[in-house]
Design a protein. Structure first.
Length: 674
């Protein structure tokens, strides 16, 4: 029995299909979404509901069918109507000049017009549209035969299920590349890491694996993308006269195409395009491994024809390889300007991305564990543009004896200070901020800045000279400088030296908050330094306070307290502070702030979120502290109350997850006795 579908339902389904696909184009192709994800979901669910109630409304080009096929057991073979040929490669300027010469000679012209575009680093596929509707998608395979991955390609939102043309061709094969955008690659690896699964080495591998999943639902989770670059068989279609116009047509038909494409005339123009794209390569949202030059006019392409398995009228100009394998000889540790310890791979020299690489970053200890990297492994080294080389993964495991396993050192290799890794941080750090040679320049610049000790005239270049010349090793050394020392430095006359010495002398008279901030304790900014000074009154009290006692100060949570306690417990830092006192740095100290021992919030930790109608957040904080409570900025298991006003966000959600008591404004005021 034929289902009778109300006209209103038919019209609404058609409208929803058009609207959803329009928003798909805006989001996936144009990167210019008009509606929120929630609104998109509402439209999608409305269409799915309509089709569930009226199955005859469901069509192959419906957005609901992007993930609708049942998991398959294997992929059928597809014979390409027109072979998907590979391109010849050019690796240097001479290869490009030779290609241009062959084209000019073959066409018997002085200058050839080319269409230039980036070469995507993904998987070539062919999409067959009959009467404008996607009916089949296949991988390139060996060029003559590929695999039928139609169900998986339907999950790629940047592939239109129906061509956006007034008069659809009877048959049109669109060819292009399936890739994974860098942002989606990072997200896929992040999720894999959370699940304890192995991560992907690069976006191309992730895309390849995604496209060949037997279950389309798994493909959909990879968030693959597609870019069109040409056509194969066409029936009932008059192809444009140039390749550039063909790309324009594909864009109008709903396909993403490369935005940074250009018309060029002659070899010099081709090479200029190559260098321009190469310079901006690292900033692209996707990986490319070169550029492609194609004779622009279709008639000239036909005249030039093909040789073996490649067209004479096109060539791929490849960038230097960005990945290579080599032996990992050792893993060292480098201390950065901020004290961060970074594991560094010492490699058997390998040529990658146009340069010889001997060292590559391993980022942090967690990354070494996640990628399961050991000394003497054969590793994959990656270099993208001007990005610092990194070890992307292991190609072949080495002997893996106990001595080959990397362990982060307990003491800083530069100064011997303790190395710590705070909770919720991936980076291990040297605690000797005042004395560590690796941190010396950064520590001095921070110490001298206007909001710290305010030493006017002590800038980057001067600090470089003082440190590199061995004149200054610690902040206390600044106060031992004389006019003669400074006047001898480059671009430093007698008057400038005298002014700087005067500024250094003036800075001795400071305040406790400024001095605390100047020490460069991690996580201690100006506000926290001020709150510590008010709460404890003296530097000695702060230096002797435990992490638990430090948390009693306003806005000092466990992480900040641990940073302060670790810094103050490091012998080298205490010596640095005593040296500063010895050279005359001083400040006025006071009595510790008295904290209310009684009151509705006595001993309670409170977090504020959202907007209160009756008072500002600062007023609420003052009243909580006056009532014996402490206000912190983040919700944890130690939080007693979360006061939630209007438009409360993630802190409210976190409180609910942890079972922390939530007070609305009325309950909050009642507790205060207001």
């Amino acid at each position: 029995m034929v289902e009778r579908v109300p006209r209103e339902a038919q019209a609404r389904a058609a409208e929803l299909r058009r609207e959803i696909e329009r928003h798909n184009r805006l989001y996936y192709r144009d990167d210019a979404p008009e509606i929120s994800d929630a609104e998109y979901d509402r439209l999608f669910h409305e269409l799915a509901d309509l089709e569930a109630r009226h199955p005859s409304l469901r069509s192959a080009d419906s957005p609901t069918q992007r993930v609708g096929a049942a998991p398959g057991t294997q992929f059928a073979t597809v014979v390409h109507r027109v072979p998907m040929l590979s391109l010849a490669n050019a690796f240097d300027d001479a290869d490009v000049e030779a290609f241009d010469r062959r084209c000019r000679e073959g066409l018997e012209v002085e200058k050839v017009e080319y269409s230039c575009e980036p070469k995507f680093d993904g998987l070539a596929v062919s999409l067959a549209y009959e009467d404008g509707v996607l009916v089949q998608g296949a991988t390139r395979g060996d060029g003559a035969r590929g695999e039928d991955v139609t169900a998986n390609l339907r999950t790629v939102h940047s592939i239109p299920l129906r061509l956006e043309v007034r008069r659809a061709p009877k048959l049109l094969e669109v060819r292009g590349e399936v890739i994974m955008l860098r942002r989606d690659f990072e997200e896929v690896n992040r999720r894999a890491l959370e699940r304890g699964e192995r991560t992907f080495v690069n976006p191309r591998n992730a895309a390849a694996g995604g496209l060949r999943q037997l279950d389309p639902k798994l493909t959909a989770k990879r968030k693959l993308s597609f870019f069109a670059y040409g056509i194969g068989t066409a029936e009932g279609f008059e192809a444009p006269a140039t390749h550039a116009k063909l790309l324009d047509f594909l864009a109008e038909a709903g396909f993403p195409v490369a935005k940074n494409r250009r018309i060029a005339h002659g070899a010099a123009d081709l090479l200029a395009f190559y260098r321009e794209v190469g310079a901006g390569r690292a900033a692209l949202p996707y990986d490319i491994d070169g550029v492609v030059y194609k004779v622009n006019r279709s008639a000239e392409q036909e005249r030039l024809g093909f040789v073996s398995r490649a067209p004479r009228w096109a060539i791929a100009h490849k960038f230097p390889a960005e990945e290579a394998t080599t032996e990992l000889l050792d893993i060292g540790v480098q201390v950065g300007r901020t004290g961060a310890l970074t594991p560094v791979a010492r490699l058997k020299p390998v040529f990658v991305g146009g340069t010889t690489i001997e060292n590559a970053t391993l980022h942090n200890e967690d990354e070494v564990r996640r990628k399961d990297i050991w000394r003497r492994d054969t590793v994959i080294v990656r270099r993208a543009g001007d990005v610092i080389p990194e070890v992307a993964g292991v190609a072949k495991a080495g002997p893996r004896e106990p001595r080959d396993r990397f362990e982060m050192p307990a003491a800083c290799p530069e100064c011997g200070s303790a190395v710590v890794r705070l909770e919720d941080e991936a980076v291990a750090r040297c605690t000797g901020g005042l004395v560590c040679p690796a941190q010396r320049k950064q520590a001095l610049l921070h110490f001298a800045q206007r909001r710290a000790m305010d030493i006017e005239g002590l800038g980057d270049k001067l600090v470089d000279q003082l440190v590199e010349g061995g004149v200054v090793r610690t902040p206390a050394d600044l106060y031992r400088l004389g006019i003669a020392n400074l006047a001898a430095l480059e671009r430093m006359g007698g008057k400038s030296a005298a002014n700087l010495v005067a500024a250094i002398e003036k800075s001795k008279d400071t305040t406790l908050p400024r001095f605390l901030y100047a020490l460069g304790i991690r996580n201690v900014g100006e506000v926290t330094a001020r709150d510590l000074a008010r709460h404890f009154g003296t530097l000695d009290a702060i230096m002797e306070a435990s992490a638990e006692a430090l948390q009693e100060a306003p806005d000092v949570g466990p992480v900040v307290a641990e940073s302060i306690a670790t810094f103050m417990n490091e012998r080298h830092n205490r010596e640095g502070i005593e040296q500063l006192r010895a050279v005359g740095v001083h400040w006025a100290e006071g009595e510790p702030a008295r904290r209310a021992r009684a009151g509705p919030f006595a001993g309670k930790i409170v977090v504020l979120t959202g907007t209160l109608a009756g008072m500002t957040r600062d007023e609420a904080k003052e009243r909580i502290e006056a009532a014996g409570g402490k206000v912190t900025g983040s919700v944890s298991k130690k939080t007693d109350y979360v006061v939630a006003g209007a438009e409360a966000g993630s802190k409210l959600e976190r409180a609910q997850e942890l079972g922390v008591r939530v007070l609305d404004e009325e309950e909050f005021l009642k507790l205060l006795g207001a």
